[in-house]
Design a protein around this ligand. Structure first.
Ligand SMILES: C[S@@+](CC[C@H](N)C(=O)[O-])C[C@H]1O[C@@H](n2cnc3c(N)ncnc32)[C@H](O)[C@@H]1O
Length: 215
């Protein structure tokens, strides 16, 4: 089980505290993978975590290792479809899961699944191993994911500039608390990640127009 959340690089940068208080809170893990962070939040912090992954293989690994963990429900599903069904949540987080999902689809669903004032925290790629920085427009691009013992797998990924994430969050009803760039600790490694934090804003106020003159 993990001792803390590694948003970018092992043992580096902010950890679980980036989520704020989670004790007794309802938490959604988007793309939980092997479930190590969901198990950590339930066991070490007393959170109630719905841990979702769309990969049957990953979910099987999570169940094999942490299936009996009190406070975690592992579900094999598309996390964005699940978000509405499992709502409301106090905290939604994702460690390198959001980059695989169209933000135009993910962010409105997450906003609707969060209580007002609830927090969204996620990490995504910023600069890849070839030194290519983030895209300047909201489109996915081909990236190569290296899985242990397998040849690099091409995947479509949203690798967006921090200003684009900021605008997307704002447009979908979040107040952006911060976007931190996390650099690889080893010299010469160009990889960088972003840690994005936002809070669901209150219900939108209708603009108040000038007072109608009474006739
Ligand atoms: C890079 S892995 C990260 C796994 C885990 N968060 C960790 O840090 O160990 C990304 C995960 O997101 C999952 N994923 C991608 N799109 C998803 C979606 N729409 N719904 C649920 N899981 C998704 C993948 O199956 C994969 O397990």
């Amino acid at each position: 089980m993990a001792d803390s959340i590694d948003w970018g690089f092992w043992g580096e940068g902010p950890g679980t505290e980036a989520l704020g208080e989670v004790t007794g809170k309802r938490v959604l893990d988007i793309g939980c993978g092997t479930g190590r962070y969901a198990a950590h939040l339930a066991r070490a912090h007393g959170a109630h975590v719905d841990a979702i992954d769309s990969s049957a293989t990953q979910l099987r690994r999570a169940l094999d290792q942490y299936g009996n963990t009190r406070g975690v429900s592992f579900v094999h599903a598309d996390a964005i479809e699940y978000a509405g069904a499992g709502a409301p949540f106090d905290v939604v987080y994702s460690v390198h899961g959001m980059g695989y999902i169209d933000p135009g689809r993910a962010l409105p669903a997450i906003r609707d699944a969060l209580r007002t004032g609830g927090r969204l925290v996620f990490s995504v790629l910023h600069t890849n191993a070839a030194g290519v920085g983030p895209s300047k427009n909201v489109r996915p691009r081909l990236e190569k994911v290296c899985l242990r013992g397998e040849s690099p797998l091409p995947v479509h990924m949203w690798v967006l500039a921090p200003g684009l994430w900021e605008g997307l969050l704002f447009r979908h009803g979040f107040h952006v608390e911060g976007i931190e760039i996390l650099a690889a600790p080893d010299a010469g490694n160009p990889v960088r990640c972003q840690l994005v934090s936002g809070v669901r804003s209150g219900p939108q106020q209708l603009p108040i127009g000038p007072k109608q003159a009474s006739s």
